[in-house]
Design a protein around this ligand. Structure first.
Ligand SMILES: Cc1ncc(COP(=O)(O)O)c(C=O)c1O
Length: 386
């Protein structure tokens, strides 16, 4: 390996690896010790001080600044949400769309993205799904010939959960800028795994949850909204969305002016425990460096592909380094194979196209050898062909 990952110390942060071979980070990641400690700190403060809310709120802003750094955004462009679905629904309802407008998506992309836009059918908005093979990735050419005067939005995942494709968002971003349409990206699978640079990718709005590459428990999401897109307005409003929230807590019908920053899309109290966890996990990820994390994931993928080739097992997704990340779906029939992995304490996921192996920062080349060894063992034992 050519990169500088200190696998042993990273692995010691994840005690679960002493009990199983965890190859399912695309589903959720196990908690790191540093994240557990941040949650514990929050619990102790809540337990012993009945909640120092101003201190906690100051930490929310610190966390916002760290997330902005991770995304190459400004803190004022970051809002906290509940999950990816909430972020995508906020986007779908914020973009000024009217009857006859069209949204372009990819067939088979995550349903939580698709439904956010399909819900706009009630308003007469059309969603067109373009077809793409699992082994292909989308780029500007995928969409260019489908853009017409009704097209207002392209919405897609950065990395797909079902085949591990890593779409070329930057080229799609340039296309959207040229065509004057919005680009909405679901980075649930890529954040914390690849460098995600909102400027380089040219995204208008980006949404993610934090329980995969960002290593925190379910229930917290992120939303990036490009600062100049002031025409994007929230469907829901609470006191926290307002420029001048009433200090006496009496609503003023004459002043409904919204904040100009992404905070206009936030409403009500935050998921404070998870935000404490996120503060620590983003420190951890920035210290490891997303460029190094990406290199590590790709090295694991290189090794896996080489070993699978030796066994004659195909993957359903792309093979080129620039077109993949941490997700590899093996063309093995789920019904025949999933129990085999479970019996050997290997955590993987059943997927549409086969058995999904997905790496986290704690995985090593040795983990790849172990799982490949199990496949070889079963092939030899039962003369099972893929
Ligand atoms: C690409 C993608 N989007 C969204 C989600 C989940 O959406 P939510 O965060 O709303 O649960 C997942 C997986 O859980 C995913 O892989």
């Amino acid at each position: 390996m050519t990169h500088t990952f200190d696998s042993a110390s990273i692995r010691s942060e994840f005690p679960v690896m002493q009990h199983c071979l965890y190859l399912d980070s695309a589903h959720q990641t196990p908690l790191a010790n540093c994240v557990r400690d941040a949650l514990n700190q929050f619990l102790v403060e809540g337990n012993q001080m009945a909640g120092p809310k101003p201190v906690w709120m100051a930490r929310v802003e610190e966390t916002r600044a760290k997330v902005a750094k991770l995304l190459n955004a400004r803190p004022t462009e970051i809002a906290f949400t509940k999950n990816t679905s909430e972020g995508l629904n906020i986007a779908a309802n914020a973009v000024p769309l009217k009857t006859g407008d069209t949204v372009l998506m990819l067939e088979g992309d995550h349903p939580n993205n698709a439904y956010a836009w399909l819900n706009l059918k009630r308003k007469g908005v059309n969603v067109r799904f373009l077809k793409l093979q699992d082994a292909q990735v989308a780029n500007a050419d995928t969409f260019a010939s489908h853009i017409d005067e009704s097209t207002r939005v392209i919405s897609l995942s950065h990395v797909t959960f079902h085949a591990g494709q890593r779409h070329d968002i930057a080229s799609i971003g340039r296309l959207c800028a040229k065509a004057g349409i919005y680009l909405v990206v679901d980075v649930m699978q890529s954040i914390g795994v690849l460098p995600v640079d909102v400027k380089a990718m040219g995204v208008s709005v980006l949404a993610a949850g934090c329980h995969k590459g960002l290593l925190v428990p379910q229930g917290l999401g992120l939303l990036f909204v490009r600062e100049d897109l002031q025409e994007l307005q929230p469907a829901y409003v609470a006191m926290s969305s307002l420029e001048n929230p009433p200090s006496d807590y009496v609503a003023r019908p004459e002043d409904l002016m919204l904040r100009r920053d992404a905070g206009r899309f936030e409403f009500g109290n935050f998921n404070l425990p998870d935000l404490h966890a996120l503060s620590r996990s983003v420190d951890f990820i920035l210290r490891l460096d997303p460029v190094q994390i990406e290199a590590h994931m790709l090295s694991l993928g290189d090794h896996l592909l080489e070993k699978l080739d030796e066994l004659g097992v195909a993957v359903v997704g792309p093979r080129k380094r620039t077109e993949r990340a941490h997700i590899y779906v093996l063309d093995l029939p789920v019904a025949k194979w999933v129990n085999h992995f479970a019996q050997h304490h290997v955590r993987v996921s059943p997927e549409r196209g086969g058995v999904r192996i997905s790496f986290g920062v704690f995985n090593t080349l040795d983990d790849v050898d172990q799982v490949v060894g199990l496949i070889a063992q079963r092939q030899a034992q039962f003369n099972v062909t893929p």
